[in-house]
Design a protein around this ligand. Structure first.
Ligand code: ADP
Ligand code: ZN
Ligand code: ZN
Length: 666
């Protein structure tokens, strides 16, 4: 009697045995089609145990062993087992989420031949001569051996990407595959183009969640079969089995999009570190504003710190950053006279300006001054945002929409107003104030698809004559990794809001955003200027920004975190529950607390259950419970036992809960 022990995509922490007599050769790592309930599922064979604890009559025969790909390799299992235990997720869920959707279908579509794209026409501009700083970084990584984690801290425009390309070249020359993780591929079409241009004949796989199913399967297979030598992908690409992996690069390693926000809430950056240690590989985490977690590791020597302090193009200096104190100034639609003057000067010089406001829509809320009504979402504890262009009120959390009412829905007052300011409102004001300027708004409303975004980028880039763009208005979409050669002015409006936000990570994020967006100015020969409007010009965040001094600001924040007992000096997990009634969510969390005797876990601290800040979403009430420990192993041990207990709590049928390890948002 031959038996396969199979992982299935279920939130159950167990495996399933099936009979496989007569199905041909079986091997761990092959996919298998099995009956499950009244339907069928695709699973992964984890082992061939020889016998089962189940009585023979309880064992069902499997239907088919799928051998259209080689078996998934042992290091793939190790990575998934680690993720499963670290994030308290069922192994089956982890293993199956790692496969492209097409390989998980019980009735497989006809598979086509797989060949990685070796595209990239056009002339390759000879790679530039490296600067001395770049040479040093390259040598450090290329001369490392075994597991070697590096943090590459380089100001914007210092040539980090160029370094990645050279590291990839070296890996290819050693006959190895290189994995480059990027935060959001759609935001960086330029990077993809640069890789294809530099390596026109090297098969490259691109992996992200927005690929069509067939393309995703094709790219994944090319990577897994070793045909693709360069793999560029978003967080999900960290799970791709790569037989000859020799290098991992994590670009913009501080970016929050490395964190998966539903299902298994993993950090692709942290898994990349584990994967490098497992495979005894060099790994480079790169950023102009590293996460404090990585920066702290670089300070203790756990990661080797490498720095690029100069811009790579010798003429390109870092932009001068000016603060404009707006406390005693008359602003027009939030824009100060100095910023207006600066924009005007750029218009005269035919240079480009970028006004950064990290809030899309026309205004964040519509309100009635007579009765105090505000445009709340019916489903969420949030305001509906005014979108004047299409006359809609729209909830940015759940997508709920209404037509903008003509009068106040509660008192009938016709005098209702949008309060506050978003990118559309700023755009409208700029259009009025600078009637001859060509103005382009860039946010998730104007760049919904990859195509739209690429078209906008193209326009920003090389528009000339009547097509040229004079003023860009946009959200952080504009902050990421683009070279805009004619951009010489960046203005930041409304940044202060994040200084005093309830989320203690907000200043870290604000600093990174402003540094990134400031880094867009003056990338080519033209010098850049950055104007930040603030009512808190003496705030240390702005002082560090003016000095382009990430290290000193990071040191300040780390001191604060140590004193407050926040990560990276403590380790956290969050238990969240949602239900139609808040009381049910809170009761579940209370029951979770009652599961444990504090004296059995002296090193772990459980906070009180509280409603989440966005306490209602999609008509569900949400509450959370923070767990904290100064010791990661203690926290891990605690979570493993706790999770088993959580599964036994009786709760109303519409209650959902999940556990998140290393939460980023509160
Ligand atoms: P980062 O990724 O740090 O923002 P990039 O690698 O994109 O920096 O480099 C910024 C600009 O400098 C790009 O236009 C790039 O082509 C150029 N560059 C990079 N390295 C060099 C070099 N050694 N010599 C000349 N130009 C360079
Ligand atoms: Zn009213
Ligand atoms: Zn909503």
């Amino acid at each position: 009697m031959n038996i396969a022990r199979v992982a299935l995509d279920l939130p159950l922490h167990r495996l399933f045995d099936y009979l496989i007599d007569g199905l041909g050769p079986a091997e761990p790592g092959l996919r298998i089609r099995v009956p499950f309930g009244r339907s069928e599922k695709i699973g992964i064979i984890v082992s061939l145990p020889g016998h089962s604890d189940l009585a023979p009559e309880q064992l069902k025969p499997a239907l088919e062993i799928l051998a259209d790909t080689p078996p998934l390799p042992p290091d793939f299992f190790q990575l998934c087992e680690f993720a499963s235990s670290y994030y308290q997720a069922a192994l089956g869920e982890v293993l199956l989420q790692a496969l492209p959707p097409g390989l998980k279908k019980a009735s497989p579509a006809k598979r086509r031949n797989t060949k990685a794209k070796a595209a990239g026409k056009g002339v390759e501009p000879g790679p530039p001569r490296l600067t001395a700083e770049q040479e040093r970084v390259l040598a450090a990584v290329n001369h490392s051996s075994g597991y070697a984690p590096f943090l590459l801290h380089g100001v914007t425009g210092s040539g980090k990407t160029e370094v990645y390309l050279r590291l990839i070249t070296a890996a290819l020359e050693r006959g190895q595959q290189a994995l480059l993780l990027v935060p959001e591929i759609n935001l960086t079409p330029q990077l993809e183009a640069r890789i294809r241009q530099r390596f026109p004949s090297v098969p490259t796989a691109i992996l992200h969640s927005e690929l069509a199913e067939a393309a995703r399967e094709r790219e994944w297979k090319a990577a897994f079969l070793g045909q693709a030598r360069i793999i560029v992908g978003t967080r999900l690409a960290i799970f791709t089995p790569l037989p000859e992996l020799g290098l991992i690069v994590v670009d913009e390693e501080h970016d929050a999009s490395y964190k998966q926000q539903d299902g298994m809430r993993y950090s692709a950056r942290d898994l990349a570190i584990y994967r490098a240690s497992l495979g005894k590989l060099p790994i480079v985490l790169g950023s102009a504003t590293p996460s404090l977690e990585s920066w702290a590791h670089a300070q203790t020597g756990r990661y080797t710190l490498l720095s690029l302090e100069e811009r790579a193009v010798s003429a390109a200096r870092l932009p001068a950053i000016h603060l404009v104190d707006t406390r005693r100034m008359a602003l027009s639609e939030g824009v100060s006279p100095p910023l207006q003057d600066a924009i005007r000067k750029r218009l005269e010089a035919k240079e480009q300006s970028l006004i950064f406001l990290n809030r899309r829509g026309y205004a964040p809320v519509l309100g009635c001054t007579a009765c105090g009504w505000v445009s709340r979402c019916q489903r969420c504890a949030a305001n509906m945002v005014v979108h004047l262009k299409d006359q809609r009120l729209r909830c940015h959390h759940c997508g709920f929409e209404l037509r903008i009412p003509r009068a106040c829905p509660t008192c009938g007052n016709q005098d209702i107003h949008p309060f506050g300011r978003g990118t559309q409102r700023l755009e409208a004001w700029l259009t009025e104030t600078f009637p001859t300027a060509r103005i382009l708004r860039v946010d998730r409303d104007s760049a919904k698809s990859k195509k739209q975004w690429e078209a906008l980028l193209q326009q920003i880039h090389d528009g000339s004559g009547a097509e040229r763009v004079d003023i860009l208005v946009g959200t952080q979409m504009l902050a990421k990794g683009h070279d805009f050669p004619r951009l010489t002015l960046v203005g930041a409006v409304g940044a202060d809001a994040a200084l005093f936000a309830a989320d203690w990570r907000a200043p870290e994020r604000l600093f990174a955003q402003l540094m990134q967006v400031a880094g867009r100015a003056g990338r080519a020969e033209l010098p850049g200027e950055v104007i930040i409007q603030t009512e808190y010009p003496e705030h240390p965040l702005y002082a560090a920004l003016r000095a382009h001094d990430y290290p000193s600001y990071a040191a300040t924040l780390l001191t604060e975190r140590r004193q407050a007992g926040f990560p990276p000096y403590t380790f956290q997990a969050m238990l969240r529950a949602e239900a139609p009634q808040m009381a049910d969510a809170i009761d579940f969390l209370k029951a979770a607390v009652a599961l444990i005797l504090p004296e059995n876990h002296p090193e772990v601290l459980l906070y009180d259950p509280v409603p989440m800040r966005l306490s209602r979403l999609w008509s569900l009430e949400r509450a959370q419970l923070l767990v904290e420990s100064a010791s990661r192993p203690s926290l891990q041990a605690f979570l493993a036992t706790w999770r088993e207990g959580l599964e036994t709590i009786k709760s109303p049928s519409r209650l959902r809960w999940h556990l998140e390890v290393d939460p980023l948002e509160f």
